[in-house]
Write a protein that binds this ligand. Structure first.
Ligand code: AMP
Length: 395
């Protein structure tokens, strides 16, 4: 049987898993949800029946169940050739994907204080696959690694230097695999090499970040020490005045409450008071719901401001690229955002924008636009699968 690659993405109560063949075609994918709860279950894409897991089932049981399905139907041989894991934070240690060994595991643990909600659960996923496939090469692919080229002027906060020296407090950036994929796809579409391509990449999903990529290197990005900084997101506030913390402390809100409010109750949800789902917001706005209209306005305006800010890092711009669930599907968000950017010379072709980009190259800019504007579907799993395949062939 031909070689297969597993790609694993663990959340605190979920496991996403994808199966690729040796030519990096996605063969199947599965999802386990409500892990740790009484009603944990898993599904395989394209199959109706859901797999009920035992009450309180964790990542390991979910992995076993999904792998069993693929083995039973012959999609997966005894073992995969390689396994790739999404790991959120690689700190300053990981500048690229890393083979998983004892040293790498210790370093990922070390980065956990920078991403306490994510790295421990990513390690749980690694433990689960190691238990099931002890001899298969595994690789960790970091959300932060692509941003290792940020210069100090972009990654340092204007705080006492000691905070960086002692605790690593700096801007790291996230969504690196998606921004990297935008770079390679844009270069391919424009017939250039990634090393000579400069883009602004806007990843707009439930989490949102924007990155300036200059001649193939990330040189500025909107997320910072944590994925909370920058753009307005589904439930995250993005940038706020740091004076807010002091103000709220005087209103008797403690750090945990403020953390929760900024991460879970803000962004599109907080502004609209209704939903973090852009599609639902657009429908509400269509029906005249004023807070939803305002939420979309704030989202697009903040995004446009950040596009302007990213220009400061570039010598030339090959394309502004939209991706993620909102970036790929919301013609309204793209149009509103580009309308703010007329002074830079961006224009949009209404027809192409409504079709989410020219079918052959994703183009949505108008004929008179100073810059190319593209819509490109992201594929973070493919980036991770590719890294895993390379590692397995090298190892
Ligand atoms: P992601 O995290 O990349 O899956 O993106 C999730 C976001 O994409 C949610 O806010 C969805 O509402 C949004 N989204 C998905 N499809 C559409 C659509 N057709 N129009 C507007 N937003 C969409």
């Amino acid at each position: 049987m031909e070689e297969t690659i597993l790609v694993i993405n663990c959340g605190s109560s979920s496991l996403k898993i994808a199966l690729f063949d040796g030519q990096l075609n996605k063969v199947s994918s599965g999802l386990a949800e409500r892990l740790g709860k009484d009603d944990a279950f898993a599904t395989v894409k394209g199959r109706e029946e859901r797999i009920d897991l035992s009450a309180g089932a964790g990542h390991k049981e979910a992995l076993n169940a999904l792998v069993n399905v693929w083995q039973d139907c012959g999609l997966l041989d005894e073992t995969p050739a390689a396994i790739g894991h999404r790991v959120v934070h690689g700190g300053e240690t990981f500048r690229e994907a890393a083979p998983i060994n004892d040293d790498a595991l210790a370093a990922i643990k070390n980065c956990a204080s920078l991403a306490p909600l994510h790295n421990p659960v990513n390690l749980t996923g690694i433990e689960a696959t190691t238990a099931l496939f002890p001899d298969v090469p595994q690789v960790a692919v970091f959300d932060t690694a692509f941003h290792h080229t940020l210069p100090p002027k972009a990654y340092l906060y204007a705080l006492p230097r000691q905070l960086y020296n002692d605790w690593g407090i700096r801007r790291y950036g996230f969504h690196g695999t998606s921004h990297q994929f935008m770079l390679t796809e844009t270069a391919r579409i424009l017939g250039k090499t990634p090393a000579t391509t400069s883009i602004i990449s806007a990843h707009l999903g439930n989490g949102c970040s924007i990155t300036a990529i200059r001649d193939g290197n990330s040189v500025d990005t909107s997320m910072g020490l944590t994925p909370l900084e920058g753009l307005v997101m589904g439930t995250r506030s993005g940038d706020v005045d740091p004076g807010l913390f002091d103000f709220l402390a005087n209103k008797d809100m403690n750090a945990e409450q403020v953390h929760r409010m900024l991460n879970k109750e803000s962004g599109l949800l907080g502004l609209s008071g209704q939903t973090n789902d852009m599609r639902a917001l657009c429908e509400l706005a269509d029906h005249g719901h004023e807070p939803s209209q305002t939420a979309i306005d704030v989202f697009c305006f903040r995004l446009a401001r950040y596009v302007g800010a990213m220009m400061a890092s570039l010598a030339h711009l090959d394309a502004l690229v939209f991706t993620g669930g909102i970036g790929e599907n919301s013609s309204l968000v793209r149009k509103r955002t580009l309308e703010h950017l007329g002074l830079f010379g961006f224009t949009v072709d209404g027809e192409l924008n409504n079709h989410h980009g020219n079918i052959s190259n994703g183009q949505i800019e108008g004929a008179d636009s100073r810059f190319r504007v593209l819509v490109i579907p992201t594929n973070e799993e493919l980036v991770i699968a590719r890294e895993a395949l390379v590692a397995s062939r090298n190892g």
